[in-house]
Design a protein around this ligand. Structure first.
Ligand code: NDP
Ligand code: GDR
Length: 388
């Protein structure tokens, strides 16, 4: 009989899945993860944790699966007999949820139900604790600021509406069947491995690529949106703490600090020595280079690669309405007092540190791209390429 606690993580190939898996392995867990079949490798974020299936006593095991496939989830849970399930899998992009609302509901809402039902059908109510990745998007059109566990919800996207179902079905299964089910209401959290189409990573990646001359400009949507941004490393630790309590409960996880997209942009470009000035409003708003300064981050990578020839006055940030949402969440700010008091949780990474860590990572990526490009090695193989 193994002494390791067993965790099952859905969404293990995502940002949070990768941080949480590494954290749980360090804590001595045996970690099982569910990944989707994809036509290209989708395990880049967890490759460092991979263990060959032929190794004895593995602590990291992957299973093919999908939140839209009930029998598959039931079989995996029966096989794994987890002490803890972390339901992190989701179609997690708010803007994309307007384009794929039915799929988003199937994965994000029904997927949660399928996992809870599996626990019940298998008679694991007393054994398996369940974490649901709930979100500050539930507050949507906010009814009070800052938001707490008692603030009313008002979801503003198909994603948020699907997550509202996930939230309540978790509460309902806790009350109806005594399942140790908990919601972490997490505000935005980012990292160097954040998906490239979320606004923070889109900005840090562009700042790095513009500084190295790989890209000319960036197009963004609503620059005035306000978010409470933390670091995924801090936030995944909170997910674990939530399941270690004596009683199941729901917690807001946030930093309690708010910044605009415009401000995130300003900080990220400053980190690569580009001082931005804004002019115009709405779709006419632009960000121009006001000045170029020395940047310690750029100096760290400049030995490997040339820089862009940028000049003050150049416009590098534009607004493109294609990135606007049909219904927007303008402002989010969390109050993490309950998590601080009950879980002893406080975020460690500051906003400035988060931005710099992301920019440094993207600078290194951009250097690699630049070296490959300048030496005639494209990063991605193309069926159009002439390999002759
Ligand atoms: P990501 O988008 O980085 O990861 C989502 C994960 O879910 C990926 O592993 C993805 O697989 C997987 N997935 C998507 N659809 C399915 C499906 N149908 N079946 C199985 N797996 C699926 O999200 P994050 O790591 O940032 O977020 C984790 C969770 O927390 C999500 O539920 C998100 O909605 C929620 N959340 C996130 C916040 C944030 O700021 N990051 C804040 C609050 C909540 P693949 O790699 O194959 O695409
Ligand atoms: P969000 O994150 O919608 O809060 O959901 P995202 O980074 O996509 O948007 C944050 C804010 O920035 C504005 N924005 C842009 N967003 C994107 N993606 N691209 C742009 O070009 C752009 N320009 C401006 C958006 O309008 C928005 O106001 C994230 C996801 O991780 C969810 O899964 C999670 O539940 C919530 O955070 C909390």
């Amino acid at each position: 009989m193994s002494s390791h606690k067993v965790a099952l993580i859905t969404g293990i190939t995502g940002q949070d899945g990768a941080y949480l898996a590494a954290f749980l392995i360090r804590k001595g867990y045996r970690v099982h993860g569910i990944k989707r079949r994809a036509s290209l490798f989708n395990t880049q974020r967890i490759d460092h944790l991979y263990q060959d299936p032929h190794e004895q006593d593995r602590r990291f095991i992957l299973h093919y699966g999908d939140l839209t496939d009930a029998t598959n989830l039931l079989r995996i849970i029966q096989e794994v007999q987890p002490d803890e399930i972390y339901n992190l899998a989701a179609q997690s992009h708010v803007k994309v949820s307007f384009e794929t609302p039915e799929y988003t509901a199937n994965a994000d809402a029904m997927g949660t139900l399928r996992l809870l039902e599996s626990i019940r059908i298998l008679g694991l109510e007393a054994r398996t604790r369940f974490y649901q990745a709930s979100t500050s998007e539930l507050y949507g059109k906010v009814q009070e600021t800052p938001q707490t566990e008692r603030t009313p919800f008002y979801p503003r996207s198909p994603y948020a509406v699907a997550k509202l179902y996930g939230y309540w079905i978790t509460v309902n299964y806790r009350e109806a069947y005594g399942i140790f089910g908990c919601n972490g209401i997490l505000f935005n959290h980012e990292s160097p491995i954040r998906g490239e189409t979320f606004v923070t990573r889109k900005i840090t990646r562009s700042a790095a690529r513009i500084a190295l001359g790989l890209q000319e400009k960036i197009y963004l949507g609503n620059l005035s949106a306000l978010r409470d941004w933390g670091h995924a490393r801090d936030f995944t630790k909170a997910q674990w703490l939530i399941l270690q309590q004596d009683q199941p409960d729901d917690y807001v996880i946030a930093t309690g600090e708010q910044h605009s997209v415009r401000e995130f942009c300003r900080k990220a470009f400053e980190a690569v020595g580009i001082v931005l000035e804004w002019s115009g409003t709405g779709v006419e708003e632009t960000g121009r280079i006001a000045a170029l300064r020395d940047s310690d981050l750029l100096r760290q990578v400049s030995a490997h690669c040339g820089m862009a020839s940028l000049r003050p006055g150049q416009t590098i940030v534009h607004v493109d309405p294609r990135y606007f949402r049909p219904t927007e969440v303008e402002t989010l700010l969390g109050n993490p007092a309950k998590a601080r008091e009950r879980l002893g949780w406080t975020p460690e990474v500051t906003f400035d540190h988060l931005v710099r860590e992301m920019v440094l990572y993207d600078l290194r990526e951009a250097v690699r791209d630049a070296i490959c490009q300048r030496n005639g090695f494209p990063r991605a193989a193309s069926c159009e390429a002439d390999f002759g």
